[in-house]
Design a protein around this ligand. Sequence first.
Ligand code: NAD
Ligand code: LMR
Length: 309
Amino acid sequence: MKRNKITVVGAGNVGATCAHWAAAKELGDIVLIDVAEGIPQGKALDLMEAAPVEGFDSIVTGTNDFADTADSDLVVITAGIARKPGMSRDDLLSTNAGIVKSVTEQIVKYSPNCFILVVTNPVDVSAYIAYKASGFAPNRVFGLSGVLDSARFRTFIARELNISFEDVTTFVLGGHGDDMVPLVKYTYAGGIPVEKLIPADRLEAMVERTRKGGAEIVNYLKTGSAYYAPSASVMQMAECILKDKKRILPVSAYLQGEYGEKDVFAGVPAIIGGSGVEKILEVDLNEAEDAALKQSIHSVRTNLAKLSL
Ligand SMILES: NC(=O)c1ccc[n+]([C@@H]2O[C@H](COP(=O)([O-])OP(=O)(O)OC[C@H]3O[C@@H](n4cnc5c(N)ncnc54)[C@H](O)[C@@H]3O)[C@@H](O)[C@H]2O)c1
Ligand SMILES: O=C(O)C[C@H](O)C(=O)O
């Protein structure tokens, strides 16, 4: 039986931790690639030497040569710079746009049939760049946003109610920026609408904390951004493809008329399975939610307009 081949581009905090989760879950064999010489090789060997202890059988290799990524089933792009306190994700655009484009060209050259999961920020623009540079169908390229943002919102709600994290479900939609849209109306604890369990002012505080969730971690770390929850989130998306799970997840997907938007990537609920983004789901939004989603997507378009694509 053929094993899945997963390439992670960028062996920094997010990339190396993606490899860690992928190995621990035995999602396939893993190739870590980075421009920094020795880093992917060292981290890959270190991770593989955990296999006898943890009991996983993934082969993990590190490289600086894209030829070693050939015939990957799935490629995760984490290459690029992370923000520091005082910066927004948009401040990363001018550096990361070129990195995402060149990396995508290399990916496609060696793995013409892969799925591409984009992490590099600002992610909705990076996903657009990867989509255009790859020439792939839109179902094969998507970005990490809502799974992470929803995980943060779920965490805050579970702690507030002192219940299991797993029992909270929600959607955070829109661009992965400060005006992302946590949807309180679609937030449940064990099937019960959270609006019935938590006072409105407490919920609003958690919505605000979710919107600033990335910056909260950046302000603690000082020299980089979050990576445990981001990499766990991206590997959940990867698992859905590799195991054809058909889960409904909020992801940054290419819109072709859904929610009244075209030719842009933004966070929407979608069925994620063996064909990647199998279907984008349109949920009912009230006037305020719809306006917030449009504003958030407008911010993504403002960034896109800064690029000469
Ligand atoms: N979408 C999200 O929800 C989300 C979540 C977390 C992080 N991020 C983003 O992910 C990116 C990576 O974050 P990190 O914490 O891992 O940063 P990091 O600095 O720890 O790692 C980035 C790695 O990319 C490598 N790199 C740079 N250019 C490269 C190239 N051309 N080819 C291959 N590798 C290259 C660097 O050498 C470095 O090892 C950042 O842009 C960050 O903002 C996004
Ligand atoms: O906030 C960042 O810069 C990284 C990432 O987008 C996050 O939400 O943690």
